[in-house]
Design a protein around this ligand. Structure first.
Ligand code: FAD
Length: 460
Protein backbone atom coordinates (compact mmCIF):
# COMPACT_ATOMS: atom_id res chain seq x y z
CA UNK A 1 0.00 0.00 0.00
CA UNK A 2 1.30 3.45 -0.88
CA UNK A 3 0.51 6.41 1.32
CA UNK A 4 -0.18 8.41 -1.85
CA UNK A 5 -2.80 5.87 -2.89
CA UNK A 6 -4.65 6.14 0.45
CA UNK A 7 -4.57 9.94 0.39
CA UNK A 8 -5.90 10.03 -3.15
CA UNK A 9 -8.73 7.60 -2.23
CA UNK A 10 -9.64 9.80 0.74
CA UNK A 11 -9.66 12.93 -1.44
CA UNK A 12 -11.82 11.19 -4.01
CA UNK A 13 -14.24 10.10 -1.26
CA UNK A 14 -14.75 13.32 0.73
CA UNK A 15 -13.27 16.06 -1.49
CA UNK A 16 -9.63 17.13 -1.52
CA UNK A 17 -10.43 20.30 0.47
CA UNK A 18 -11.37 18.05 3.43
CA UNK A 19 -8.16 16.02 3.47
CA UNK A 20 -5.22 17.82 5.06
CA UNK A 21 -1.62 16.66 4.76
CA UNK A 22 0.10 20.01 5.09
CA UNK A 23 2.93 19.52 7.68
CA UNK A 24 2.02 22.70 9.57
CA UNK A 25 -1.57 21.51 10.09
CA UNK A 26 -0.42 18.00 11.00
CA UNK A 27 1.83 19.60 13.62
CA UNK A 28 -1.12 21.52 15.10
CA UNK A 29 -3.20 18.32 15.34
CA UNK A 30 -0.31 16.48 16.99
CA UNK A 31 -1.14 18.37 20.22
CA UNK A 32 -3.99 17.67 22.61
CA UNK A 33 -4.62 18.74 26.21
CA UNK A 34 -2.44 15.74 27.19
CA UNK A 35 0.98 17.36 26.97
CA UNK A 36 2.98 14.21 27.82
CA UNK A 37 2.88 12.63 24.35
CA UNK A 38 2.72 14.26 20.89
CA UNK A 39 2.46 12.37 17.61
CA UNK A 40 1.83 13.51 14.03
CA UNK A 41 -0.84 11.73 11.98
CA UNK A 42 -0.68 10.75 8.32
CA UNK A 43 -3.64 12.97 7.43
CA UNK A 44 -6.55 14.87 8.89
CA UNK A 45 -9.95 14.30 7.37
CA UNK A 46 -12.81 16.67 8.10
CA UNK A 47 -16.13 14.81 8.15
CA UNK A 48 -19.19 16.80 7.11
CA UNK A 49 -21.73 13.97 7.29
CA UNK A 50 -22.30 10.38 8.38
CA UNK A 51 -21.72 9.40 4.72
CA UNK A 52 -18.22 10.96 4.88
CA UNK A 53 -17.47 8.93 8.01
CA UNK A 54 -18.70 5.75 6.25
CA UNK A 55 -16.41 6.39 3.26
CA UNK A 56 -13.36 7.12 5.43
CA UNK A 57 -13.84 4.06 7.64
CA UNK A 58 -14.26 1.82 4.57
CA UNK A 59 -10.95 3.03 3.13
CA UNK A 60 -9.17 2.82 6.50
CA UNK A 61 -10.45 -0.70 7.07
CA UNK A 62 -9.48 -1.86 3.56
CA UNK A 63 -5.94 -0.46 3.89
CA UNK A 64 -5.68 -1.21 7.65
CA UNK A 65 -4.88 2.39 8.58
CA UNK A 66 -5.48 3.50 12.19
CA UNK A 67 -8.28 6.05 12.69
CA UNK A 68 -8.37 8.47 15.62
CA UNK A 69 -11.80 10.12 15.93
CA UNK A 70 -11.41 13.64 17.24
CA UNK A 71 -13.54 16.43 18.64
CA UNK A 72 -11.56 19.31 20.14
CA UNK A 73 -8.64 17.33 21.56
CA UNK A 74 -9.37 18.40 25.16
CA UNK A 75 -8.88 14.89 26.55
CA UNK A 76 -6.34 15.25 29.35
CA UNK A 77 -5.32 11.58 29.34
CA UNK A 78 -4.26 11.18 25.70
CA UNK A 79 -7.42 9.54 24.35
CA UNK A 80 -7.35 11.82 21.29
CA UNK A 81 -3.57 11.92 20.83
CA UNK A 82 -2.88 10.88 17.21
CA UNK A 83 -1.31 7.51 16.49
CA UNK A 84 1.70 7.46 14.13
CA UNK A 85 0.54 7.00 10.53
CA UNK A 86 -3.12 7.45 11.45
CA UNK A 87 -6.05 9.30 9.92
CA UNK A 88 -7.36 11.83 12.41
CA UNK A 89 -11.08 12.11 11.72
CA UNK A 90 -12.19 15.59 12.76
CA UNK A 91 -15.94 15.52 13.48
CA UNK A 92 -16.33 19.23 14.24
CA UNK A 93 -17.92 20.16 10.91
CA UNK A 94 -20.91 17.97 11.95
CA UNK A 95 -22.74 20.42 14.19
CA UNK A 96 -26.51 20.17 13.58
CA UNK A 97 -28.70 20.46 16.68
CA UNK A 98 -32.47 19.96 16.88
CA UNK A 99 -34.50 20.47 20.06
CA UNK A 100 -37.75 18.49 20.26
CA UNK A 101 -39.50 20.18 23.17
CA UNK A 102 -42.69 18.11 22.92
CA UNK A 103 -40.74 14.92 23.47
CA UNK A 104 -38.11 16.31 25.86
CA UNK A 105 -35.25 15.38 23.55
CA UNK A 106 -32.33 17.11 21.84
CA UNK A 107 -30.66 15.52 18.83
CA UNK A 108 -27.11 16.66 18.15
CA UNK A 109 -24.41 15.70 15.69
CA UNK A 110 -21.07 14.55 17.07
CA UNK A 111 -19.15 17.77 16.38
CA UNK A 112 -21.54 20.13 18.17
CA UNK A 113 -19.96 21.76 21.22
CA UNK A 114 -21.64 20.80 24.50
CA UNK A 115 -22.13 24.47 25.37
CA UNK A 116 -23.72 25.11 21.97
CA UNK A 117 -26.22 22.30 22.58
CA UNK A 118 -27.00 23.75 26.01
CA UNK A 119 -27.53 27.23 24.54
CA UNK A 120 -29.91 25.81 21.93
CA UNK A 121 -31.94 24.01 24.63
CA UNK A 122 -32.13 27.22 26.70
CA UNK A 123 -33.88 29.02 23.82
CA UNK A 124 -36.85 26.77 24.68
CA UNK A 125 -36.57 27.06 28.49
CA UNK A 126 -34.64 23.79 28.83
CA UNK A 127 -30.98 22.89 29.36
CA UNK A 128 -28.53 20.12 28.50
CA UNK A 129 -28.02 18.27 31.80
CA UNK A 130 -24.27 17.50 31.53
CA UNK A 131 -21.88 20.47 31.81
CA UNK A 132 -18.16 19.63 31.71
CA UNK A 133 -15.89 22.50 32.77
CA UNK A 134 -14.59 22.29 29.17
CA UNK A 135 -18.12 22.62 27.68
CA UNK A 136 -17.18 25.53 25.39
CA UNK A 137 -14.70 23.29 23.54
CA UNK A 138 -15.71 19.70 24.28
CA UNK A 139 -17.87 18.13 21.56
CA UNK A 140 -20.87 15.85 21.95
CA UNK A 141 -18.90 13.01 20.30
CA UNK A 142 -15.93 13.54 22.62
CA UNK A 143 -18.18 13.74 25.69
CA UNK A 144 -20.00 10.54 24.66
CA UNK A 145 -16.76 8.71 23.91
CA UNK A 146 -15.35 9.72 27.32
CA UNK A 147 -18.64 9.40 29.27
CA UNK A 148 -18.02 12.99 30.32
CA UNK A 149 -19.46 14.49 33.47
CA UNK A 150 -19.34 17.93 35.00
CA UNK A 151 -20.59 20.35 37.58
CA UNK A 152 -24.19 19.13 37.55
CA UNK A 153 -23.11 15.49 37.89
CA UNK A 154 -24.39 15.09 41.44
CA UNK A 155 -27.90 15.64 40.14
CA UNK A 156 -27.87 14.43 36.53
CA UNK A 157 -24.92 12.01 36.35
CA UNK A 158 -22.67 11.70 33.29
CA UNK A 159 -23.37 11.37 29.55
CA UNK A 160 -24.28 7.73 30.17
CA UNK A 161 -27.26 8.84 32.26
CA UNK A 162 -28.76 11.34 29.83
CA UNK A 163 -28.25 9.59 26.48
CA UNK A 164 -31.25 7.94 24.85
CA UNK A 165 -29.68 6.82 21.60
CA UNK A 166 -26.64 7.09 19.33
CA UNK A 167 -25.79 6.55 15.68
CA UNK A 168 -22.45 4.79 15.16
CA UNK A 169 -20.35 4.01 12.10
CA UNK A 170 -18.38 0.80 12.54
CA UNK A 171 -14.97 0.13 10.96
CA UNK A 172 -15.82 -1.11 7.46
CA UNK A 173 -18.59 1.47 7.16
CA UNK A 174 -21.70 -0.19 8.60
CA UNK A 175 -24.07 2.34 10.22
CA UNK A 176 -26.03 1.23 13.30
CA UNK A 177 -28.45 3.03 15.60
CA UNK A 178 -28.47 2.03 19.27
CA UNK A 179 -31.45 3.31 21.25
CA UNK A 180 -33.25 6.36 19.90
CA UNK A 181 -35.36 9.39 20.81
CA UNK A 182 -37.51 7.51 23.33
CA UNK A 183 -37.25 7.50 27.12
CA UNK A 184 -37.61 3.74 27.47
CA UNK A 185 -36.43 0.87 25.33
CA UNK A 186 -36.16 -2.75 26.45
CA UNK A 187 -34.82 -4.48 23.36
CA UNK A 188 -32.04 -6.78 24.46
CA UNK A 189 -28.36 -6.23 25.19
CA UNK A 190 -27.55 -2.61 25.91
CA UNK A 191 -24.86 -2.02 23.28
CA UNK A 192 -25.27 1.76 23.43
CA UNK A 193 -23.62 1.89 26.83
CA UNK A 194 -20.66 -0.11 25.51
CA UNK A 195 -19.97 2.70 23.05
CA UNK A 196 -20.40 5.44 25.66
CA UNK A 197 -16.98 5.65 27.32
CA UNK A 198 -15.29 3.55 24.62
CA UNK A 199 -12.80 6.35 23.83
CA UNK A 200 -13.06 6.00 20.05
CA UNK A 201 -11.80 2.40 20.14
CA UNK A 202 -14.91 0.71 18.71
CA UNK A 203 -16.40 3.01 16.08
CA UNK A 204 -17.29 6.61 15.31
CA UNK A 205 -20.35 8.14 16.97
CA UNK A 206 -22.02 10.48 14.48
CA UNK A 207 -25.09 11.70 16.41
CA UNK A 208 -26.97 11.26 19.66
CA UNK A 209 -30.39 11.79 21.23
CA UNK A 210 -30.44 13.14 24.79
CA UNK A 211 -32.87 13.94 27.59
CA UNK A 212 -33.30 17.64 28.26
CA UNK A 213 -34.35 19.13 31.59
CA UNK A 214 -36.12 22.40 32.43
CA UNK A 215 -33.68 25.28 32.92
CA UNK A 216 -33.97 26.48 36.52
CA UNK A 217 -36.22 29.52 36.98
CA UNK A 218 -34.20 30.92 39.85
CA UNK A 219 -30.75 29.94 41.15
CA UNK A 220 -28.70 31.07 44.12
CA UNK A 221 -25.14 30.32 45.19
CA UNK A 222 -23.82 29.52 48.67
CA UNK A 223 -20.07 29.67 49.28
CA UNK A 224 -18.66 28.23 52.49
CA UNK A 225 -15.07 28.36 53.77
CA UNK A 226 -13.66 25.66 56.02
CA UNK A 227 -10.40 25.50 58.00
CA UNK A 228 -10.75 21.78 58.12
CA UNK A 229 -11.36 19.75 54.98
CA UNK A 230 -13.09 17.00 56.95
CA UNK A 231 -15.73 19.54 57.95
CA UNK A 232 -16.15 20.54 54.31
CA UNK A 233 -16.82 16.91 53.41
CA UNK A 234 -19.24 16.63 56.31
CA UNK A 235 -21.09 19.70 55.02
CA UNK A 236 -21.47 18.17 51.55
CA UNK A 237 -22.75 14.96 53.06
CA UNK A 238 -25.19 16.79 55.38
CA UNK A 239 -26.69 18.79 52.50
CA UNK A 240 -27.49 15.58 50.69
CA UNK A 241 -28.65 13.77 53.82
CA UNK A 242 -31.21 16.48 54.47
CA UNK A 243 -32.75 15.95 51.05
CA UNK A 244 -31.41 18.94 49.13
CA UNK A 245 -30.57 18.15 45.52
CA UNK A 246 -28.25 21.04 44.59
CA UNK A 247 -27.57 21.88 40.99
CA UNK A 248 -23.84 21.83 41.75
CA UNK A 249 -21.59 21.09 44.75
CA UNK A 250 -17.98 22.02 43.97
CA UNK A 251 -14.86 21.85 46.13
CA UNK A 252 -11.48 23.63 46.06
CA UNK A 253 -8.73 23.24 48.61
CA UNK A 254 -6.84 26.13 50.16
CA UNK A 255 -3.80 25.53 47.89
CA UNK A 256 -5.90 26.31 44.80
CA UNK A 257 -7.52 29.34 46.45
CA UNK A 258 -4.10 30.74 47.55
CA UNK A 259 -2.68 30.34 44.05
CA UNK A 260 -5.76 31.97 42.46
CA UNK A 261 -5.46 34.94 44.83
CA UNK A 262 -1.77 35.34 44.01
CA UNK A 263 -2.03 34.96 40.24
CA UNK A 264 -5.30 36.81 39.64
CA UNK A 265 -5.00 39.41 42.41
CA UNK A 266 -8.14 38.09 44.14
CA UNK A 267 -8.86 38.19 47.85
CA UNK A 268 -10.82 35.05 48.68
CA UNK A 269 -10.32 33.68 52.21
CA UNK A 270 -7.47 31.17 51.82
CA UNK A 271 -9.39 28.18 53.09
CA UNK A 272 -11.06 25.05 51.75
CA UNK A 273 -14.03 26.23 49.73
CA UNK A 274 -17.38 24.58 48.96
CA UNK A 275 -19.75 26.09 46.41
CA UNK A 276 -23.39 24.99 46.35
CA UNK A 277 -25.97 26.10 43.77
CA UNK A 278 -29.61 25.72 44.73
CA UNK A 279 -32.47 26.24 42.28
CA UNK A 280 -36.19 26.54 42.78
CA UNK A 281 -39.19 26.84 40.48
CA UNK A 282 -40.51 29.34 43.05
CA UNK A 283 -38.19 32.36 43.32
CA UNK A 284 -40.00 33.52 46.48
CA UNK A 285 -38.76 30.53 48.48
CA UNK A 286 -35.20 30.49 47.07
CA UNK A 287 -33.74 32.76 49.76
CA UNK A 288 -35.05 30.61 52.58
CA UNK A 289 -33.61 27.49 50.89
CA UNK A 290 -30.22 29.19 50.54
CA UNK A 291 -30.39 30.19 54.16
CA UNK A 292 -31.10 26.62 55.21
CA UNK A 293 -28.14 25.33 53.19
CA UNK A 294 -25.92 28.04 54.71
CA UNK A 295 -27.02 26.96 58.19
CA UNK A 296 -26.21 23.32 57.43
CA UNK A 297 -22.72 24.30 56.27
CA UNK A 298 -22.18 26.47 59.35
CA UNK A 299 -23.29 23.65 61.61
CA UNK A 300 -20.78 21.40 59.82
CA UNK A 301 -17.91 23.72 60.75
CA UNK A 302 -17.77 26.40 58.05
CA UNK A 303 -16.02 29.47 59.45
CA UNK A 304 -17.57 31.81 56.90
CA UNK A 305 -20.65 31.41 54.67
CA UNK A 306 -21.95 33.80 52.00
CA UNK A 307 -24.89 33.47 49.64
CA UNK A 308 -26.36 35.47 46.81
CA UNK A 309 -28.85 35.33 43.97
CA UNK A 310 -27.26 38.21 42.05
CA UNK A 311 -25.83 36.78 38.79
CA UNK A 312 -22.74 39.08 38.78
CA UNK A 313 -21.99 38.29 42.41
CA UNK A 314 -22.51 34.57 41.73
CA UNK A 315 -20.06 34.71 38.81
CA UNK A 316 -17.50 36.50 41.01
CA UNK A 317 -17.78 33.81 43.69
CA UNK A 318 -17.20 31.17 41.02
CA UNK A 319 -13.98 32.69 39.63
CA UNK A 320 -11.61 30.40 41.52
CA UNK A 321 -13.37 27.22 40.45
CA UNK A 322 -13.73 28.29 36.84
CA UNK A 323 -10.11 29.30 36.50
CA UNK A 324 -8.45 26.69 38.72
CA UNK A 325 -6.85 24.56 35.99
CA UNK A 326 -6.03 27.46 33.62
CA UNK A 327 -4.32 29.15 36.60
CA UNK A 328 -2.17 26.04 37.19
CA UNK A 329 -1.44 25.77 33.47
CA UNK A 330 -0.45 29.44 33.26
CA UNK A 331 1.63 29.47 36.48
CA UNK A 332 3.74 26.35 36.09
CA UNK A 333 5.97 25.39 33.15
CA UNK A 334 4.20 21.99 33.13
CA UNK A 335 0.87 21.03 34.66
CA UNK A 336 -1.48 18.07 34.75
CA UNK A 337 -5.03 17.41 35.92
CA UNK A 338 -5.66 14.03 37.58
CA UNK A 339 -8.99 12.36 38.25
CA UNK A 340 -10.46 9.99 40.80
CA UNK A 341 -13.80 9.25 42.36
CA UNK A 342 -14.47 8.07 45.92
CA UNK A 343 -17.42 7.67 48.27
CA UNK A 344 -18.15 11.09 49.84
CA UNK A 345 -17.04 9.91 53.26
CA UNK A 346 -13.53 9.30 51.86
CA UNK A 347 -12.99 12.92 50.77
CA UNK A 348 -10.88 13.86 53.84
CA UNK A 349 -8.69 10.77 53.38
CA UNK A 350 -7.95 11.81 49.78
CA UNK A 351 -7.00 15.34 50.81
CA UNK A 352 -4.70 13.96 53.54
CA UNK A 353 -3.07 11.60 51.05
CA UNK A 354 -2.55 14.39 48.51
CA UNK A 355 -0.77 16.49 51.15
CA UNK A 356 1.49 13.56 52.12
CA UNK A 357 2.33 12.67 48.52
CA UNK A 358 2.92 16.29 47.56
CA UNK A 359 5.42 16.65 50.46
CA UNK A 360 7.07 13.31 49.63
CA UNK A 361 7.80 14.33 46.00
CA UNK A 362 8.29 18.05 46.68
CA UNK A 363 5.74 19.20 44.09
CA UNK A 364 2.62 21.39 44.23
CA UNK A 365 -0.67 19.49 44.16
CA UNK A 366 -3.98 21.28 44.68
CA UNK A 367 -7.43 19.71 44.65
CA UNK A 368 -10.63 20.72 42.93
CA UNK A 369 -13.64 18.60 42.22
CA UNK A 370 -17.27 17.89 41.76
CA UNK A 371 -17.57 17.12 45.47
CA UNK A 372 -21.26 16.31 45.30
CA UNK A 373 -20.48 13.10 43.43
CA UNK A 374 -17.14 12.34 45.11
CA UNK A 375 -15.15 13.20 41.97
CA UNK A 376 -11.84 15.01 42.62
CA UNK A 377 -9.12 16.36 40.33
CA UNK A 378 -5.60 16.68 41.77
CA UNK A 379 -3.93 19.62 39.96
CA UNK A 380 -0.20 19.12 39.62
CA UNK A 381 2.10 22.07 38.96
CA UNK A 382 5.70 21.33 37.96
CA UNK A 383 8.74 23.56 37.68
CA UNK A 384 10.01 21.60 34.68
CA UNK A 385 8.72 19.00 32.25
CA UNK A 386 11.47 16.59 33.45
CA UNK A 387 9.67 16.31 36.78
CA UNK A 388 6.78 14.53 35.07
CA UNK A 389 8.37 11.07 35.01
CA UNK A 390 10.53 11.43 38.12
CA UNK A 391 7.95 13.03 40.44
CA UNK A 392 4.47 13.80 39.13
CA UNK A 393 3.58 10.47 37.50
CA UNK A 394 4.63 8.38 40.54
CA UNK A 395 2.81 10.86 42.80
CA UNK A 396 -0.40 10.57 40.77
CA UNK A 397 -0.14 6.79 40.65
CA UNK A 398 -0.03 6.84 44.47
CA UNK A 399 -2.96 9.24 44.78
CA UNK A 400 -5.23 7.77 42.12
CA UNK A 401 -4.26 4.25 43.20
CA UNK A 402 -5.25 5.13 46.78
CA UNK A 403 -8.81 5.84 45.63
CA UNK A 404 -9.12 2.09 44.91
CA UNK A 405 -8.30 1.33 48.57
CA UNK A 406 -11.00 3.79 49.59
CA UNK A 407 -13.62 1.91 47.59
CA UNK A 408 -13.45 4.38 44.71
CA UNK A 409 -12.09 4.38 41.19
CA UNK A 410 -9.09 5.78 39.29
CA UNK A 411 -11.28 7.83 36.97
CA UNK A 412 -14.60 9.54 37.55
CA UNK A 413 -14.88 11.25 34.16
CA UNK A 414 -11.58 11.68 32.29
CA UNK A 415 -11.17 8.03 31.28
CA UNK A 416 -8.15 5.80 30.65
CA UNK A 417 -6.58 6.83 27.30
CA UNK A 418 -2.81 6.36 27.23
CA UNK A 419 -2.23 7.70 30.71
CA UNK A 420 -4.12 5.33 33.01
CA UNK A 421 -3.81 1.90 31.39
CA UNK A 422 -1.60 0.61 34.24
CA UNK A 423 -3.98 2.05 36.83
CA UNK A 424 -6.96 0.37 35.16
CA UNK A 425 -5.18 -2.98 35.50
CA UNK A 426 -4.38 -2.18 39.14
CA UNK A 427 -8.04 -1.40 39.84
CA UNK A 428 -9.31 -4.55 38.14
CA UNK A 429 -6.76 -6.64 40.06
CA UNK A 430 -7.80 -5.08 43.35
CA UNK A 431 -11.35 -6.11 42.58
CA UNK A 432 -10.21 -9.58 41.48
CA UNK A 433 -11.72 -8.76 38.10
CA UNK A 434 -8.73 -8.96 35.72
CA UNK A 435 -10.98 -10.99 33.42
CA UNK A 436 -12.90 -7.78 32.65
CA UNK A 437 -9.94 -6.57 30.60
CA UNK A 438 -10.09 -9.70 28.47
CA UNK A 439 -13.88 -9.28 28.00
CA UNK A 440 -13.28 -5.69 26.92
CA UNK A 441 -10.62 -6.84 24.43
CA UNK A 442 -13.02 -9.45 23.03
CA UNK A 443 -15.70 -6.76 22.60
CA UNK A 444 -13.18 -4.62 20.72
CA UNK A 445 -12.41 -7.54 18.41
CA UNK A 446 -16.10 -8.02 17.62
CA UNK A 447 -16.59 -4.43 16.49
CA UNK A 448 -13.09 -3.72 15.21
CA UNK A 449 -11.53 -7.02 14.06
CA UNK A 450 -8.62 -5.33 12.27
CA UNK A 451 -7.83 -3.12 15.27
CA UNK A 452 -7.91 0.18 13.35
CA UNK A 453 -9.91 2.22 15.87
CA UNK A 454 -7.71 4.42 18.06
CA UNK A 455 -5.06 1.76 18.77
CA UNK A 456 -2.85 2.00 21.86
CA UNK A 457 -5.62 3.44 24.01
CA UNK A 458 -7.81 2.05 26.81
CA UNK A 459 -7.53 -1.76 26.48
CA UNK A 460 -4.84 -1.97 23.80
C1 FAD B 1 -9.72 22.62 31.43
C2 FAD B 1 -10.39 21.29 31.21
C3 FAD B 1 -11.52 20.98 31.95
C4 FAD B 1 -12.16 19.75 31.79
N1 FAD B 1 -13.27 19.49 32.53
C5 FAD B 1 -13.94 18.34 32.35
C6 FAD B 1 -15.14 18.08 33.09
O1 FAD B 1 -15.60 18.88 33.90
N2 FAD B 1 -15.75 16.89 32.87
C7 FAD B 1 -15.28 15.97 31.97
O2 FAD B 1 -15.89 14.91 31.81
N3 FAD B 1 -14.14 16.19 31.28
C8 FAD B 1 -13.47 17.35 31.43
N4 FAD B 1 -12.33 17.59 30.71
C9 FAD B 1 -11.82 16.56 29.77
C10 FAD B 1 -12.34 16.69 28.32
O3 FAD B 1 -12.73 18.03 28.06
C11 FAD B 1 -13.51 15.73 28.07
O4 FAD B 1 -13.06 14.41 28.10
C12 FAD B 1 -14.28 16.00 26.75
O5 FAD B 1 -15.47 15.25 26.75
C13 FAD B 1 -13.49 15.64 25.49
O6 FAD B 1 -14.17 16.21 24.37
P1 FAD B 1 -13.39 16.55 23.02
O7 FAD B 1 -14.39 16.97 22.00
O8 FAD B 1 -12.27 17.48 23.26
O9 FAD B 1 -12.83 15.12 22.65
P2 FAD B 1 -11.38 14.70 22.16
O10 FAD B 1 -10.36 15.04 23.19
O11 FAD B 1 -11.14 15.19 20.80
O12 FAD B 1 -11.56 13.12 22.12
C14 FAD B 1 -11.71 12.40 23.31
C15 FAD B 1 -11.91 10.92 22.99
O13 FAD B 1 -13.14 10.74 22.33
C16 FAD B 1 -12.93 10.10 21.06
N5 FAD B 1 -13.91 10.71 20.17
C17 FAD B 1 -14.09 12.03 19.90
N6 FAD B 1 -15.14 12.19 19.08
C18 FAD B 1 -15.62 10.94 18.82
C19 FAD B 1 -16.70 10.45 18.04
N7 FAD B 1 -17.48 11.26 17.37
N8 FAD B 1 -16.90 9.11 18.00
C20 FAD B 1 -16.10 8.26 18.69
N9 FAD B 1 -15.08 8.68 19.45
C21 FAD B 1 -14.84 10.00 19.52
C22 FAD B 1 -11.49 10.38 20.71
O14 FAD B 1 -10.97 9.40 19.83
C23 FAD B 1 -10.85 10.31 22.07
O15 FAD B 1 -10.67 8.97 22.43
C24 FAD B 1 -11.65 18.80 30.86
C25 FAD B 1 -10.52 19.11 30.10
C26 FAD B 1 -9.90 20.33 30.27
C27 FAD B 1 -8.68 20.64 29.44
Amino acid sequence: MGVEEVISKLKEAVGSENVITDPEELYVYSFTAYAVVREEPLAIVKAKSTEDVVKVLKIANDYVIPVVPRGSGTSVIGASTPVKGSIVLDLRPMRKIRVDVANGVVEAEAGAYVDEVDRECRKYGFMFPVDPASAEAATIGGALAMDGGGMRGARYGTMRHVTLGIEVVLPGGQVITLGGPVYKQATGYDLMHIFIGSEGTLGVITRGWFKIVPAPKSVGRVVAYFDNVEDAAKGVYEIRRRGFTPLIIEFMDDIVVKLANKVKGLNFPEKNMVIVDIDSPKPEILNSMLNEVAEVLKASGAVLVQFTTDPDEMAKLYTVRKQAYPIFAATFPFSFMGDLSVPLSALPAVVKKVREVSAKYGITIGLIGHAGDGNLHPLVGLESRDEWWSKARPALVEIEGYSIELGGTISGEHGIGIERKDLLIKELRARRSEAVLEYMRQIKKIFDPKGIMNPGKLVD
